[in-house]
Design a protein around this ligand. Sequence first.
Ligand code: NDP
Length: 407
Amino acid sequence: MTKRISILGATGSIGQSAVSVLEADRERFSVHAVTADSNALKLAETAIRVNAAVAVIRDPVALPLLKQALAGTPVKVAAGDEALADIAGEQVDLTLSAIVGAAGVAPTAAAVRAGNSIALANKECLTCAGSSFMKLVARYGVNLLPVDSEHNAVFQLLQGHDMADVARITLTASGGPFLGWSKARLSDVTRAQALAHPVWSMGDKISIDSATLMNKGLELIEARYLFGLEPRHLDVVIHPQSVVHAFVTLRDGAVHAELGAADMRRPIAHCFYWPERRTEPFEALPLASLTDLTFQKPDLDRFPALQLAKDAMEKGQGAETVLNAANELAVAYFLENRIAFTDIPAIVRQTLAESERYGLLHEPGSVEAALELDREARVIAARMLLPRQKSASQKPTAQERRSNPTV
Ligand code: NDP
């Protein structure tokens, strides 16, 4: 039987990997909707590639271009936040949630309310709205399938095990591009250096999070809600080769691992075909060449973002929401060359402290309340960011950036 799928965030790194999975098996899948923020041409091209029925762009300014690019095709088009929420809330067999950031939370919640199974890449559903989002998933009884490679690995490793037998879940981290760098060198990191991930090819936001190790902190929060474990049962180990994605330690000391190539098409396909398995069309992992797999403890002094995420987990969902919001804004500022790399965790720390002072770190009772707290935290973070912004003379001009995109 054909599975009908909608892809929220179809033009991004995950969205495009998903498209290549769907293209390889057109008999098994059909695509209802594809969505994007503002990249009209890529959205149109994607809609045509997957034969989508509908293409929705969030930014209304991009609608004329989308219409023009899809003229003469049967693809229906729409634009705006409401259109995005409406299409996300239409019933399909499976929604791939692959919008980046907290912007993905409300559309994914709409898909849950429609009763759709969810392939979850958008980690912010859990890092911004963790317990509330999981309550919604439970209320609507939908399948929640983790796309994030580490969580997808854990999901697979847990099949057939009783959660009472699970002593520990350990997520691996590549360590990002600055694994061996000194603290002093980290303050001079450029945007281009931070975006150059040694193993994974990903969107800008998650690439920066991987460089600060905040991504691994966000993934711990994700794991806590997905698998219902207390923070003390969750751990991180640095594994630069990114071959092992996660470990599950059982209470009798048995350690199970999931291995695979660093290719997001694998976990995406796992979710698309679940509960079945497809025949792997890509090259299988060459086991005999895996001679050098190394594991080490993360350095929380050089990479304080991971510690901040662990501390937020201890405080609960309110702190996690604030951490996620402050980090998202700080990363956006770094990507615009407005602050230094090392300012990112500093802003998150300050925003958490300030939010605590205002008594904001209580548990938001719903997804909507979490999004409201997200907005409040961004206002506080923006105030913290002001004095840290680079002066105009330090900032590269638009002309400089065009002629040298690495500045
Ligand atoms: P990208 O930046 O590559 O793509 C983001 C997608 O979201 C694009 O389609 C973009 O549209 C759309 N989008 C951006 N802002 C908005 C908005 N305000 N409203 C609606 N749509 C929006 O991100 P990734 O694919 O890298 O990541 C997506 C999610 O998956 C993130 O939460 C990330 O943490 C998670 N993830 C990603 C992995 C990866 O390998 N990339 C691995 C594991 C998890 P447009 O193109 O028009 O801007």
